[in-house]
Design a binder for this molecule. Structure first.
Ligand code: IFM
Length: 449
């Protein structure tokens, strides 16, 4: 971390934090919420490293007012949360469950009362179990169901949500949830998971149309990106790196920005008109960045055309992910070079790190590694802006320590420590740093956009 003051960001730059429904809400059966694939997965023995579930998580469903007060104390201009589809449509179809919508209505109004822009993600992986039972994202019909759900949400919240995000990280949902089976719904289909890519993208496109019909607020999608480092220098290593780059970084973004699928991804489930629906203009591209990926050629007997290897030479987080702030600058500049004028303004919708944070004897939670991590990544965003990339927002993952999917409660990403036994929230040192060094100093929140 440098002691140099944070440079100025453009007026109106949106400083925020992110969360997602299943990771924080708890209240898994409250007010008519139906089961999602993550309820099923978490309750299946052996799926989650510590055997925990999101049944209670951070109990945000009941403590949202306290959590919004934390947001207000931070001074953020945006809060990215996700809406739990199974609260709105407990079986993934049919009319809205009013109590489910009421919760988000209360949340949105409380945010606005504190001057925080609500940024709502419609799908952060918690598919209603009933839709999974009908084939989930392998079934084309799920795309149409998603648009209906988007319509129900926008009809209620469309006048107050300031930025819509259709999907969160469809690549991760496809690859870990349907390719490798380490996330819900636990399908290990390898390349037979590709229909999940297309149906999520189609759902996105149909949802964009549904949102536009109900709301004048801008619409985005949040993708996960990882700059690829070629490990090894053979032609096979080069081909492996290019294949992984196409899979992770281009499979979703090329069709979104009107280029169709990258070469080598001839998906049999694509029907006439689909690519036009998917390429419906978006206003913002959400970029989630954690680390680059090192890739080399696979062994001959591997089912994959590449092998992911450790990226050495960098500090590591508790997740063992390398800390490479400049990878974010590189990624943002590469997106601009790759897509040119087709690239909409970017908001970094997730950026953060897990460390084993523990309260000290005085009850404070020092987290110098997180401060260093965020300092480097915020400066990397500034460097990308200076290089000509239009970046209009940055959201830290996450406001709270929370339930980290297959890692359960073992990975803490929050600016705020959560004692899961008592639900006590304690702002970490990084909370004060983000408030004082970034949001208040050298950054003009300006009018929200
Ligand atoms: O916690 C997740 C989040 O749900 C999606 N992006 C990555 C985060 C850290 O793994």
């Amino acid at each position: 971390m440098t002691s140099t003051p944070m440079p100025d960001f453009p007026a109106g730059f949106r400083w925020g934090v992110s969360t997602s429904a299943y990771q924080i809400e708890g209240a898994a059966t409250a007010d008519g919420r139906g089961p999602s694939i993550w309820d099923t997965f978490a309750h299946s023995p052996g799926r989650i490293v510590d055997g925990s579930t999101g049944d209670e998580a951070c109990d945000h469903y009941h403590r949202y007012a306290e959590d919004v007060a934390l947001l207000a104390g931070l001074g953020v201009s945006g809060y990215r949360f996700s809406i739990a589809w199974p609260r709105i449509q407990p079986t993934g179809a049919g009319p809205a469950n009013p109590a489910g919508l009421d919760f988000y209505d209360r949340l949105v109004d409380t945010l606005l009362a504190h001057g925080v822009d609500p940024v709502a993600t419609l799908f952060h992986w918690d598919l209603p179990q009933a839709l999974e039972d009908a084939g989930g994202w392998l079934n084309r019909d799920t795309a149409a169901r998603f648009a209906e759900y988007a319509d129900l949400v926008a009809a209620r919240l469309g006048d107050r949500v300031r930025l819509w995000i259709t999907l969160n990280e469809p690549f991760i949902h496809m690859s870990l949830g349907h390719g490798m089976g380490t996330h819900a719904p636990g399908r290990a289909l390898l390349f037979d998971a590709f229909p999940v890519a297309h149906h999520q993208l189609l759902g996105h496109g149909l949802a964009v149309a549904a949102l536009r019909a109900r709301s004048t607020s801008p619409v985005a999608i949040a993708n996960n990106y990882s700059p690829v480092r070629q490990a090894g220098d053979t032609d096979a290593d080069r081909a492996a790196a290019a294949a992984y780059d196409a899979l992770h970084n281009r499979l979703f973004t090329d069709p979104l920005l009107g280029r169709g699928y990258p070469d080598g991804f001839e998906l049999s489930v694509v029907r006439p008109g689909d690519l036009d629906a998917i390429a419906a203009p978006i206003d913002v591209l959400g970029v989630n960045y954690y680390n680059p990926t090192a890739v080399r050629a696979a062994e001959p007997d591997s089912p994959l055309p590449f092998e992911l290897v450790p990226l050495d030479g960098y500090p590591r987080t508790a997740f063992d992910w390398p800390v490479v702030p400049d990878g974010l600058r590189e990624l943002l500049v590469d997106l601009k070079q790759r897509y040119g004028d087709a690239l909409p303004p970017i908001q970094v919708t997730e950026s953060g790190c897990a460390y084993d944070d523990v309260p000290d004897a005085d009850g404070r939670v020092p987290d110098p590694e997180r401060i260093a991590y965020l300092d480097g990544h915020v400066r990397a965003v500034h460097a990308a802006i200076a290089a000509g990339v239009e970046v209009t927002g940055y959201f830290v993952w996450s406001l709270l320590d929370n339930w980290e999917w297959a890692e359960g409660f073992t990975k803490r990403f929050g600016l705020v420590h959560v004692d899961y036994a008592t639900q006590r929230r304690t702002p970490k040192a990084s909370y004060a740093w983000y408030r004082d060094a970034v949001i208040r100093a050298g950054a003009d929140p300006g009018p929200a956009r």
